[in-house]
Write a protein that binds this ligand. Structure first.
Ligand code: PLP
Length: 467
């Protein structure tokens, strides 16, 4: 590719990205296409001969990119939205363009240093020990949880973990169970502790389970608490769990992939009290810290736990191992070859400043509170779980009409289906205490109360035909 062509391709790519940032709110957030439709568009043999870049690019712009949900759309309320920022997109482009190997000190001292510096910022925010603490940027929260639980198993159980027992609540994210399965624990080694009416882990049930396991000669070894459950934003009683971990000598892992970032707001800080006592903490900058995919993060109280768990010394890396006093991130986690994830976090923090992140997070928590007020004042809507860390669950249940629980479930399922089919908003259901409810996750700072009201009106318009 000639220098002129490279520039021309680059300008077109940047123009397309800028246009997307500028107009995404005018598009529909939901993409739906069947496998047959997609096959018809894309299914082809591997091309033997070259094609013109322009043709390939135009095809991607017209056919590939529009057939994806817009996760940063102001009316994208479901799952966990992904409101990224342009500076980080540029940083990711640089990291890819220079193809920086972010595995070890010898290959890129600056990349390692930037990762250390940004990690230190995070350790400080979460009040983890400055001297011994450490961590690693991962592909996402799932990988951070896997890295944490691998470390916990290695540090606490060694090779024999046949009697080790792990505790988590019925609201714990599925990535933890996945990690436990990958690590070779059996189903019988996991205790799913029920939650209370606020969807927090029930402490008496946790204590009973630990005591019973001890009586049976098993080895309680780890509690996974959640700081911001995906369903309701609930925070498990972190201080109480920390105390139990201390008394019982258990590993304390906190999954803050969803809610951890709320430490940057006053209300969040209050709710997250005790998070600083975790042995390991997952946070997920590609959620509420506005980074483009993929960026998760694991923090630990002692960075040596990571190197003791993940170090391997293959012969061909002998020569670059020389500088052992420095951190090689390939010794801190699963990946050897790693992209330079820290750069986007570093550049966006430097460009916008922490205050901008604080304001954006505070805005979303307040917006969810306002949505709760609005719903409570309405004749049609019932709040099922109050606004917590910018998540709220509710259902259509108009005053004066008597529906059975089964009818309400069907009605709310239907509302969600119609909204998604209209492609005007992404609003899907979840299930809380056996009720089908609509769940809104409001972490996008570009979402306004008006966006929410319009979506609720759209929901209501679908109920009229049914009633
Ligand atoms: N933990 C929690 C609480 C989550 O909400 C999520 C994702 O929504 C994850 C873990 C998994 O994170 P990721 O999707 O980045 O792998």
């Amino acid at each position: 590719v000639s220098k002129e062509d490279m520039k021309s391709y680059g300008y077109q790519v940047i123009d397309a990205i800028v246009e997307h940032f500028d107009t995404e709110h005018l598009k529909k957030p939901v993409a739906y296409a069947s496998r047959d439709e997609m096959d018809l568009l894309f299914n082809a043999e591997i091309p033997e001969k070259e094609s013109d870049f322009q043709e390939v690019f135009d095809f991607v712009i017209k056919k590939v990119l529009p057939n994806s949900n817009i996760v940063s759309h102001p009316k994208s309320f479901s799952f966990v939205p992904g409101p990224s920022n342009y500076v980080s997109v540029m940083a990711d482009t640089l990291a890819t363009g220079f193809n920086v190997f972010s595995g070890g000190w010898a290959a890129s001292p600056a990349a390692a240093e930037v990762e250390i510096v940004t990690m230190n910022w995070l350790l400080k925010l979460f009040k983890f020990p400055a001297k011994t603490g450490g961590g690693i940027f991962t592909s996402g929260g799932s990988m951070a949880n896997l890295t944490a639980l691998t470390t916990a198993r290695q540090q606490r159980c060694g090779d024999d973990f046949s009697k080790a027992i792990i505790y988590m609540s019925d609201q714990t994210h599925s990535s933890n169970i996945k990690a436990i399965r990958i690590l070779g624990f059996k189903k019988e080694q996991v205790r799913i502790i029920p939650t209370d009416l606020e969807f927090k882990m029930a402490m008496n049930k946790l204590k009973n389970a630990i005591a019973k396991d001890r009586l049976e000669g098993l080895q309680p070894f780890c509690i996974i608490a959640t700081a911001g459950t995906t369903n309701t934003g609930s925070v498990d009683p972190l201080n109480e769990i920390a105390k139990i971990c201390k008394i019982e000598n258990l590993w304390f892992h906190v999954d803050g992939a969803y809610g951890g970032a709320a430490i940057l707001s006053k209300k969040g800080k209050q709710l997250l009290k005790g998070i600083e006592k975790a042995d390991s903490l997952t946070i997920d900058p590609h959620k509420w810290l506005f980074q483009p995919y993929e960026m998760g993060c694991l923090l630990v109280r002692n960075h040596k736990w990571l190197s003791k768990t993940f170090s391997e010394k293959p012969e061909y890396l002998r020569d670059i191992e020389g500088n052992t006093s420095e951190i090689n991130f390939y010794d801190h986690g699963v990946q050897l070859t790693r992209r330079f994830r820290a750069l986007k976090f570093y550049m966006s923090m430097k460009t916008f400043g922490l205050d901008a992140f604080k304001s954006a997070i505070t805005y979303s928590i307040d917006l969810a509170d306002n949505v709760e007020d609005y719903l409570r004042k309405s004749m049609n809507w019932e709040v099922i779980s109050p606004a917590t860390l910018a998540v709220i669950n509710f259902r259509y249940n108009p005053i004066g009409k008597t529906f059975s629980e089964k009818e309400l479930d069907a009605l709310n399922q239907k509302i969600s289906q119609n909204v998604v089919d209209s492609r005007e908003a992404l609003l899907v259901t979840t299930v809380l205490q056996n009720q089908v409810v609509l769940r809104m996750c409001l972490i996008n700072p570009r979402t306004t109360l008006n966006d929410v009201k319009e979506t609720l009106e759209l929901c209501e318009s679908f109920t009229e035909t049914r009633l």
